[in-house]
Design a protein around this ligand. Structure first.
Ligand code: NAG
Ligand code: NAG
Length: 192
């Protein structure tokens, strides 16, 4: 391998690491809960604040944000999550959803089970998880929660896979740069 090539590979490697680091540092997650949770935070008997951390916004826009940019966000060093549960009354689904969006490390006070969260750490995925497998506290029911994860700046704003799209864009950018650099170094060598 010529010194140029070696330098090029080295440079690409460093560039990739730097980009990765910057990317993770600047990660932010939308932070909101459906309106119905607000009363649970305010009601001392419901005690939701004992287990969960108040989000930036209580709003039904959290369910299906058509313009997520109105939602508040938090800095995050881990993945962003969207937790969706059915609004069940008397054992019947009402069709309404209750949604929590946030950074995986700042949604609840006792955290999630590590082995469950590991499922979500590597890919942007959605899974139905039993509450008892998710939350590190005694649960009272076998309800399942739909959990979606993503890595990327404000990726948990509704449309699924926006995090993965970002990662794909990054890879494409790297490929383009690599290709351009190769062309450049090839023509450079020709002139020597
Ligand atoms: C969320 O809260 C911020 C202030 O913290 C406010 O500017 C914004 O309008 C709120 N968004 C919604 C959808 O209520
Ligand atoms: C679970 O993960 C947290 C945060 O990453 C860590 O501090 C803790 O030690 C882990 N617990 C176990 C039992 O691995």
């Amino acid at each position: 391998m010529s010194p140029h090539r070696l330098l090029l590979v080295l440079w690409l490697f460093v560039f990739d690491r730097l980009q990765c680091a910057a990317y993770i540092r600047s990660n932010r997650c939308y932070s909101c809960m459906s309106m119905v949770y607000k009363s649970l935070f305010e009601d001392p008997t419901a005690n939701m604040g004992r287990y969960f951390i108040e989000p930036r916004n209580f709003t039904d826009q959290c369910n299906e944000p058509n313009n997520a940019h109105h939602l508040g966000f938090v800095q995050c060093r881990t993945i962003c999550l969207t937790l969706t549960q059915d609004f069940v009354v008397m054992g019947k689904k009402t069709g309404r959803k209750m949604v929590i969006r946030g950074c995986s490390s700042s949604i609840n006070r006792f955290g999630f089970f590590n082995r469950t969260l590991e499922l979500f750490d590597r890919y942007d995925i959605c899974r139905d998880i039993k509450a008892s497998d998710l939350f590190r506290y005694e649960t009272d029911s076998s309800q399942t929660i739909n959990v979606c994860s993503c890595l990327g700046d404000r990726c948990n704003g509704g449309s699924v896979n926006s995090g993965r799209t970002l990662a794909a864009q990054k890879t494409l950018l790297l490929l383009v740069i690599a290709f351009a650099s190769l062309l450049f170094s090839a023509s450079f060598e020709q002139f020597r």
